[in-house]
Design a protein around this ligand. Structure first.
Ligand code: HEM
Ligand code: HEM
Length: 222
């Protein structure tokens, strides 16, 4: 999973290098001055700060792990140790999404959120905002739904080996419908993430604005 993320980030870095010139005017030069370093951590009206950027790409890596773990269970027979281990990773990584999204909201609410590119028509700004909102619903709702599925099934909920309390009393009749909702929303999540990523790539390669670049780490001296 981390290898995937590393690969992605290097690819993203290359894309950044290509588009850097287009946004040079809107990005200030980090000088190494401690004040600048702190400023670079936070969002500005033009660009995402290092904290928001790190949390954004870490979330992508985490979600690749969450989806991969549960999808790979199909390779192993029911009840096998490998299948159970993959499920346990799905639960732990899924609960980590919940922790990370809380941090992300704190960062988002503690400063400005960059304005959309000025060239973007209103309908695109509204669509992008709606998709961002839906992604937040996914990042908060899916871990909670998963937690509810295990609670209703009366199964233990382990986060890195620590047992968490059940969110509701065991109720086998509810476990199946909750599982189905979790599964359906999980599938919708694939599409949402795909549309969101496609939008970012269209902005970068077709509309050639700074939407993607400002969500990428700054190059030193850029
Ligand atoms: C963002 C977080 C999460 C996403 C995107 C996600 C997504 C998914 C997906 C796509 C499936 C496959 C459904 C299927 O084909 O059967 C699944 C199954 C499942 N998930 Fe999650 N999940 C997340 C978090 C969690 C958490 C935190 C838990 C529990 C603590 C959990 C518990 C389960 C359970 C019990 C299943 C059914 C496994 C089985 O078939 O035995 N999920 N999840
Ligand atoms: C698959 C690759 C991805 C790419 C290329 C990508 C790209 C971007 C870009 C360029 C922005 C800035 C948009 C703007 O300024 O209007 C952004 C923002 C955002 N992205 Fe992604 N993203 C990806 C994956 C994800 C994933 C997996 C999630 C969460 C499920 C996510 C959630 C968000 C949210 C909520 C924002 C709004 C800003 C914020 O609150 O952090 N992205 N993304």
């Amino acid at each position: 999973m981390l290898a995937d993320a590393g690969l992605y980030l290097s690819a993203a870095g290359l894309a950044h290098a290509g588009a850097g010139a287009a946004v040079a005017s809107s990005v200030s030069r980090p000088s190494g001055d401690p004040d600048d370093v702190i400023m670079n951590l936070r969002n500005t009206a033009e660009r995402y700060g290092a904290l928001a950027i790190a949390l954004h790409w870490l979330m992508l890596a985490l979600l690749i792990g969450v989806y991969a773990a549960i999808d790979l269970t199909d390779l192993y027979p029911k009840g096998s140790a490998a299948r159970e281990a993959l499920k346990a990773w799905h639960f732990t990584l899924g609960l980590s999404v919940f922790v990370l999204v809380a941090l992300r909201l704190v960062v988002r609410w503690s400063g400005p959120v960059p304005e959309p590119a000025a060239s973007m028509p209103r309908w695109q700004q509204r669509t992008a905002n709606l998709i961002h909102l839906a992604l937040y619903v996914l990042m908060i709702g899916m871990p909670l739904l998963g937690w509810l599925v295990l609670s209703a099934a009366g199964e233990p909920i382990r986060f890195f080996g620590i047992e968490l309390p059940a969110l509701m009393a065991a109720n086998k009749a509810l476990a199946e419908p909750l599982h189905e909702i979790h599964e359906t929303v999980g599938t919708i999540g694939y599409f949402l993430i795909g549309v969101h990523a496609l939008g970012a790539l269209l902005h970068h390669y077709v509309m050639r604005d700074d939407t993607l670049v400002r969500m990428l780490p700054r190059r030193p001296g850029a």
